[in-house]
Design a protein around this ligand. Sequence first.
Ligand SMILES: *[C@@H]1O[C@H](CO)[C@@H](O)[C@H](O)[C@H]1NC(C)=O
Ligand SMILES: *[C@@H]1O[C@H](CO)[C@@H](O)[C@H](O)[C@H]1NC(C)=O
Ligand SMILES: *[C@@H]1O[C@H](CO)[C@@H](O)[C@H](O)[C@H]1NC(C)=O
Length: 325
Amino acid sequence: MKGVVLVSFFVVAVSAHSLLEQDGIKFQSFKLEHGKTYQNPAEETARFAIFRDNLRSIERHNARYEQGLETYTQGINKFADMTHAEFKAMLKLQYRGKPAMKSTKNFELPKEATVPDSIDWREKNAVTEIKNQGFCGACWAFAVTGTTEGAYAIKTGNLTSLSEQQLIDCALEMNIGCQGGQLEENFPYIEEYGLESEADYPFEGTDGTCRYDSTKVVTYVSSYVAFNGSEDKLKEAVGTAGPVAVGIDADYIQLYESGIFSDSDCNPKALDHAVLVVGYGTENGTDYWLIKNSWGASWGESGYFRFLRGVNQCGIQADNTYPII
Ligand SMILES: *[C@@H]1O[C@H](CO)[C@@H](O)[C@H](O)[C@H]1NC(C)=O
Ligand SMILES: *[C@@H]1O[C@H](CO)[C@@H](O)[C@H](O)[C@H]1NC(C)=O
Ligand SMILES: *[C@@H]1O[C@H](CO)[C@@H](O)[C@H](O)[C@H]1NC(C)=O
């Protein structure tokens, strides 16, 4: 320990020492902003070291962005004290084999439909507020409620936040709650039991006992559409039907801050996170998907992010689904 202190005292240049101080100030405000507390000084020291690594990586990335070599910026967010491996381990969309698929349909564009060049379902009262899954690995439940909220709002004009906790506690044939879950495999459950509102069955962030009350069901689904392999189809579905739940490889969006994410390191076949495509468009000539995440409003573009469209970015076309109400 003494050796470490001596090194920083005598060898490290003045500028580096003040960099350490600057990083320390950033770490303090990061902890405050995200309510971070650590078990002991050793953990605090370890987290600070990881935070500093992430800071350097953010600086390098944003310097490349300034040179036009990256399409999006990175920044400090609540995951800035986690290693890449820790972040990856948190992503819990799983594919565990399917129960009887009662009423799945492939997507077909209705004959009379026209697909708009851009759409944002937030402007059409079909997207609820940004939610926060915390450290519960139930991304799948948020994507499923999100697409069901959209379908229900478009059908009835009533935008009501629906319950992830009900799926986490009750839909155990398909999922393992906060430990992970699947996507379209949940619709047979919702077809049979329906979904209660967020208000009646609020999110708790941990696995609980099922407290399903059939008298409080807001909506059932009658069937669902599941498709894959084509971003053109995804565009047609989002453009004409509503928000669509998708699986992606989210390994590289840990420090995403703003812009149109693009990274060829993603594995389009290793989907590990479920999110909700709520629109698409073009900015400065670049086509993008507009995507709702479930990591709170402080992450990304006020809880949303954008993916480069047309390159199957991180597997966005590999697993697409929405319910019919
Ligand atoms: C929308 O649906 C919810 C849940 O069923 C209900 O409580 C609310 O009154 C409805 N709002 C309107 C405006 O109909
Ligand atoms: C894509 O859809 C086809 C046909 O429905 C299915 O056989 C295949 O397993 C799906 N692929 C993935 C990754 O879900
Ligand atoms: C588009 O250009 C504007 C003006 O230069 C810039 O502020 C914005 O960040 C650009 N958008 C993207 C996605 O690069």
